[in-house]
Design a protein around this ligand. Sequence first.
Ligand SMILES: O=C[C@H](O)COP(=O)(O)O
Length: 271
Amino acid sequence: MAIIRNKEFVRRPLIAGNWKMNMDHVQGITLLQKLEWTLDDAKHDFKRVEVAVFPPFTDLRGVQTLVAGDDLDVVYGAQDLSPFDEGAYTGDISGQFLSRLGCSYVLVGHSERRSIHGESNEVVASKLAAALKHSLTPILCVGEGLEVRQSGEHVAFTVQQLRESLEGYPASAAEKLVVAYEPVWAIGTGEVAGPEDAQEMASALRAELVELFGEAAGESVRVLYGGSVKAANAAALMQEKDVDGLLVGGASLDAGEFANIVRFEKHFGSA
Ligand SMILES: O=C[C@H](O)COP(=O)(O)O
């Protein structure tokens, strides 16, 4: 089970909803309001389990206004950022802009950025640096495709991806880092890696973080699992000791389903 001492989680779980390219700015506001109301009605303890959403860029200003105006407990972030601060980079969004929009987090190196936009580990490393520069907490995404999984090389591949993506990342900022393991073959496919698969990788990634940054990083860095997470499998994944949260795509577009994922603890024991 995600480690609990004296009834408190050692690492505060993070349940992150990545809306991907869904929800325009009007739909996004409705979804966020519904999510907060559902969680408030259920008396969700946000201090115990953190909840973040990752809307499209065009929603962020509206989300900022709603969160500030209604004093919401849900925090938010962006799905990507530019490695650059400003200039002739058509279509890109600076970390500086995201910071001014009140973003707490930013996803970096999501598998869809890597596969559709050809982002290399080197580009990912430069985006991590930009995130830190603008006081955004990066959620670094790593994970293997189906062929690698079938070859049995998935752990070595993903650990190497982590290491190369973290090239130049300062040890002083290790504590701030969040890592998300997303097996690409389990994203949006309905295929979910089993809890033991998630644990195997989370533990290997944590060991690598210790190699890179020392023991303290192994204790503090949160490792999330992402890939076809639903309310029905969330608790089983969260019962693994190195899984500190979930990166949820499709199921985060339904406020009720996502709220039930956030409330995974209700199913501890029965999962
Ligand atoms: O960012 C989220 C992951 O890509 C998982 O997406 P999914 O829950 O739709 O499989």
